[in-house]
Design a protein around this ligand. Structure first.
Ligand code: NAD
Length: 255
């Protein structure tokens, strides 16, 4: 699928990897609907992106808010062709810490936003994409989810985050199989450690050992590099049902 004149709904689009993806897609001629929690940050982001960006605020776990954003994208731009699911949260807590076992509601919250929220958005986007005309080989849509290397080598304190991201990686193939007959491809990117607001808040003593684990290049990932892979996945029609690590060769150590 070429990006020109296509429309992408990007969750978490007000920040970090989602915002970089929106900018890359617009530069390639696409329209984007940013979906994120905070209307003020969304408005700022959309302003930076110009006339080919629209936005809707809401929670990825909320069925109606996501449905409304999809309807708005279709009304404003004519179709919905691409969905990139960048919205996510990261919290760290040990299974049993100094104050006892990890709070169950903390675990539930991370799984709810990252895993169930991703599934909620993609299932509603897939329904909308099914109505597209389709290309010569029947392609009607592309869905890109965002896991993490923590899906495979999660560190201490990452039980909830790893569970949520491992779920995203694991559901990629069955969803691709479910949607194959309507010509919708489903891929997942598992980023290593990227220079985004999520990481910027971390103190140097946390960042330094993380960078030391990266093989080459010896630095954090640039959000533009994530956006380049997302664009390539859209354009390369034979990619389907797989999770790609984008991580400079990092294999995370226990801590
Ligand atoms: N930055 C990294 O190093 C890194 C590494 C691996 C995976 N990831 C994943 O990549 C994705 C993007 O991360 P980022 O670094 O750009 O983070 P970020 O914090 O910069 O952006 C995430 C965005 O998601 C939004 N969001 C959170 N909960 C939401 C909800 N319930 N509904 C709607 N929007 C919500 C936030 O408001 C924020 O704008 C996340 O899923 C994260 O887990 C990031």
């Amino acid at each position: 699928m070429q990006l020109v004149n296509k429309t992408a709904l990007i969750t978490g689009g007000a920040s970090g990897l989602g915002f970089a993806t929106a900018r890359n897609f617009i530069d390639a001629g696409a329209n984007v609907m940013l979906f994120d929690l905070d209307p003020t940050r969304l408005q700022d982001a959309a302003q930076k992106l110009g006339g080919k960006a629209a936005y809707a605020s809401g929670d990825v776990c909320n069925e109606q808010q996501v449905a409304d954003a999809i309807a708005q994208a279709k009304q404003q731009f004519g179709s919905l062709d691409i969905n990139v699911n960048c919205a996510g949260i990261a919290t760290a807590a040990k299974t049993v810490g100094r104050n006892g076992p990890m709070a169950l509601d903390g675990f539930e919250k991370v799984v709810k936003v990252n895993l169930i929220g991703t599934f909620n958005v993609l299932r509603l986007c897939a329904e909308a994409m099914q109505g597209n005309d389709g290309s010569d080989d029947g392609e009607r849509g592309v869905i890109i989810n965002v896991a993490s290397v923590a899906a495979f080598d999660g560190q201490m304190g990452q039980a909830a985050y790893s569970a949520s991201k491992g779920g995203i990686a694991a559901m990629t193939l069955p969803i691709a199989r479910d949607l194959a007959k309507t010509g919708i491809r489903v891929m997942t990117i598992a980023p290593g450690i990227f220079e985004t607001p999520m990481m910027a808040g971390m103190p140097e003593e946390v960042r330094k050992p993380l960078i030391e684990m990266v093989q080459f290049p010896h630095r954090l990932g640039n959000p533009d590099e994530f956006a380049q892979l997302a664009a390539y996945i859209v354009q390369c029609g034979y990619l389907n049902g797989e999770t790609i690590r984008l991580d400079g060769g990092i294999r995370m150590q226990p801590r």
